[in-house]
Ligand binder design. Structure first.
Ligand code: PLP
Length: 415
């Protein structure tokens, strides 16, 4: 009999969001009259339509494909030059970071990139991830065989967990023990925390000392409003020799359905081959794209590039401003109830302490049953998420204002 990848059998995740769906379904079955009242602030999917600049560019791109003289077939596997240039200029060089056009690799999104990057890394790397964590980092490494079995009480054997708690302002600290690869997500999903320059510099220093690789997920970089906070890891001296950065148009441009993102792999970043030779990851990633992908569609690339026009920039700014204002409304409502609310300032997520000593699933249930508001229990992101819920600001203003009213059920004497 052919063999399957046994690593998949270790996965316990796929648990969080299906479990949320199951509870919401059970509630609406039992309370059909309340089903239409349910407001979902659980999953991090956007709600607002695409920026006009992107829509116009996509229309024009489709028209071009409809004519003989402007038709295009396969795109370059790593993206058209003008798109890579717009990105390298707009997100990096304009902020004083050194990133060459051909260090930008366009893709159909950050989640696929974060998963595919493991293809160019060898077996046996020790992986460090935050707790709580965006589940993709953990699960892709389980699938790749970089972990042991699931642990009772959450997590996997073999990973180095970086606790993110109120005590460290939810900022992961470099561990005392060795790791080969560390995932950092800033602004963070789920906690909404942002790593400042000093914290990122400590990570870069740690990576050099350990000959480790930093995988920096900056999917929410465009939500940063505080000018003192770094948006890219390449704002930190020495990062080009130890870090890969992932970016996505999903949140900044409402592209969760359009699908586009990119990865930056600096040319001086090298890893060790089995015989000890140093090999540039840029070469391997280039080879991986040329072999495994035929790139991103022409209309989508045009839409992505349009986000960097003056018009596009104004529109993405308005979009992220809108969600940030939502986050502020939610955070204020929580604080008014005496809850401790984190994130929100430079992030579309509000990370909220549970009231009255309740656990995160208990708080989730209370909000579902008594307010018909769906959140994400912090414990679903890792052990250190217990005692918190995540509320997503990706919603209409009317829904956000309604949620802000309804979470009054979390007040000290409400239910
Ligand atoms: C939403 C999100 C992404 C984006 O993924 P896409 O595949 O580009 O939609 C990446 N990382 C994190 C942490 C996210 O929350």
């Amino acid at each position: 009999m052919f063999r399957i990848n046994d690593n998949y059998l270790k996965l316990t995740a796929g648990y969080l969001f299906p479990e949320i769906s199951r509870r919401v379904h059970a509630f609406t079955q039992a309370n059909p009259a309340l089903a239409s009242r349910v407001i979902r602030c659980g999953i991090g999917d956007v709600t607002e339509p695409l920026p006009v600049a992107a829509v116009t560019a996509m229309h024009e791109a489709v028209d071009a494909l409809s004519k003989h003289d402007s038709f295009r077939g396969y795109p370059p596997a790593t993206g058209y030059d003008f798109v890579r240039r717009a990105i390298a200029d707009g997100d990096f060089r304009s902020r004083g970071c050194i990133v060459a056009d051909d260090e930008v690799f366009l893709s159909d999104g950050s989640k696929p990139d974060a998963s595919a990057i493991l293809e160019i890394l060898g077996p046996g790397n020790r992986i460090a991830i935050s707790d709580p964590v965006y589940p993709v980092y953990a699960d892709t490494n389980v699938m790749a065989g970089n972990s042991g079995p699931a642990l009772r009480g959450g997590g996997y054997e073999g990973f180095v967990y970086l606790p993110c708690t109120e005590d460290n302002a939810f900022a992961p600290c470099p561990p005392k023990e060795h790791a080969d690869v560390v995932y950092l997500c800033s602004p963070n999903n789920p906690t909404g925390s942002v790593l400042d320059r000093a914290a990122l510099a400590r990570w870069v220093e740690w990576a050099h000392a350990h000959h480790a690789l930093i995988l920096f997920d900056a999917a929410y970089a465009d939500f940063i409003r505080d000018p003192s906070l770094p948006q890219s890891i390449y704002e930190i001296e020495g990062a080009r020799r130890c870090a890969i950065e992932f970016r996505s148009f999903s949140k900044v441009g409402g592209f969760t359905g359009v699908r586009c993102g990119y990865t930056v792999v600096p040319k001086e970043l090298v890893g060790a081959a089995a015989d000890g030779t140093r090999v540039a990851l840029h070469d391997l990633w280039m080879r991986r794209w040329a072999t495994c992908s035929n790139g991103v569609s022409w209309p989508v690339q045009c839409a992505a590039a349009a986000l960097y026009s003056a018009e596009g920039r104004g529109q993405t700014r308005a979009l992220t401003d809108f969600y940030l204002a939502n986050a502020a409304i939610l955070a204020r409502a929580c604080t008014a109830l005496g809850l401790r609310a984190f994130g929100a300032a430079n992030s579309p997520y509000v990370w909220v302490s549970c009231p009255r000593g309740l656990g995160s699933w208990e708080t989730f249930d209370l909000l579902l049953q008594h307010a018909q508001v769906v959140t994400t229990p912090g414990a679903g992101f890792g052990r250190c998420g217990e005692g918190f819920i995540r509320i997503s600001a990706f919603n209409s203003r009317a829904n956000v204002e309604e949620v802000a009213r309804r979470i009054g059920v979390l007040a000290p004497a409400a239910v």
